[in-house]
Design a protein around this ligand. Structure first.
Ligand SMILES: [Zn+2]
Length: 147
């Protein structure tokens, strides 16, 4: 359960990283942040490419930012945009892989520029997402070795 202090931290970090968006094509800057099981926060922004289809969503870059710091268990993911926007299907599926490591239903919080937010969960947004059974043991063992 994400507490009020975590919400403030997540919203603040997602707002900060919105300012780092590399969105020369769309001019649509989006920020995101993840809260890890270790209570750390990592931000991300959308990164566009001159080659269509090669960019990265803010949510995915926040997740990757945490992984670069050795963390792969998440409690919450926040987005920050002009209006409240939830992660795309690709990002939800990407997040579900990490949620399977410790079977956590990750909270998803969408912030808007006024600071208002809506909370939901990964399972509510992606109730029938693909869950691995074949690679689950390897995934959990690998993540455990990284801690
Ligand atoms: Zn996405």
């Amino acid at each position: 359960m994400v507490i009020e202090q975590d919400l403030i931290r997540l919203g603040s970090e997602a707002r900060l990283f919105k300012g780092r968006a590399f969105s020369f094509r769309s001019k649509h800057a989006i920020g995101a942040a993840v809260l890890t099981a270790s209570d750390d926060i990592f931000g991300g922004c959308n990164i566009e490419s001159i080659i269509s289809g090669l960019g990265s969503c803010a949510e995915q870059s926040a997740i990757n930012h945490a992984v670069l710091h050795g963390q792969s268990c998440f409690r919450a993911l926040a987005t920050f945009d002009k209006k409240q926007n939830f992660p795309c299907g690709v990002c939800l599926q990407y997040l579900l892989q990490f949620a399977q490591i410790d079977e956590t239903d990750i909270e998803i919080i969408a912030f808007d520029e006024a600071g208002a937010y809506t909370k939901t969960t990964l399972s509510a947004l992606l109730p029938k997402g693909y869950r691995t059974e074949h690679n689950l043991t390897a995934l959990r063992e690998y993540a455990g070795q990284k801690r």
